[in-house]
Design a protein. Sequence first.
Length: 181
Amino acid sequence: MLPELSEENRRAIKGTTPKQAVKDVENAVCEAVKEEKRGERRLITPEERAKLELKLHRLLVWVGVITPFEFELGGRKVPLHDIVWDLLAKDCLTEEEKEYVNKLIDKLQKHEKVNEEILHSHELTEEEADAIFNETAGLLRAIVSLKSLVGRKDTCPVRERVNKRRLEEAKYWLSFLRQIT
C-alpha cells in the first residue's frame, strides 16, 4: 500500500508533464554541477596524471591543436602563431632566419620540458592540468612545424633552378609561336 500524498504533492504531480519532468531533472543536474564547481577544486589523481602524460607522448598529439597565439619567452610576449605562419609562408629561409628558428625551437623545447615536469610532479587541479596539457600540445605543434620548416627550406637552390628552367622553356615556346605566326 502506498503512503498518502499531501495535497501539495498531488497538485505538483497532477500538473507535471513529461517535458517539465525532463527540464526539472536537467535543472537539478545543472545545479549539482554548479555546486560542485563552487566547492573546493579537485586535484587530479595519479591515474589522470598518467593519462595526460601518455597523451603528450603519443606520436600525433599535436594534430588538430592550435599553436598558441601569444607565448611568453624571456619575459616578453611573442606572437608565436604569427611567427610560425609567416615563416611557413616563405619560399626560402636565409641563414640568419634558420639560426633564429633553431634558437626558437630550443627555447620552446625547454619550455615544453618544464611543462612536462610540472605536469608530472606538481599537485594540480583539473583546470590547471588541462591548461598545461593544452599549452604543451600547442608548443609541440609549433616545434614540429618549425623543425619541418628548417629541414624543408634547404631545397631552395633546386627550386630556383627548376623555376628558372621553366621560365626559359616558356620563353622558348613563346618565341617559337611568334616565328610560326
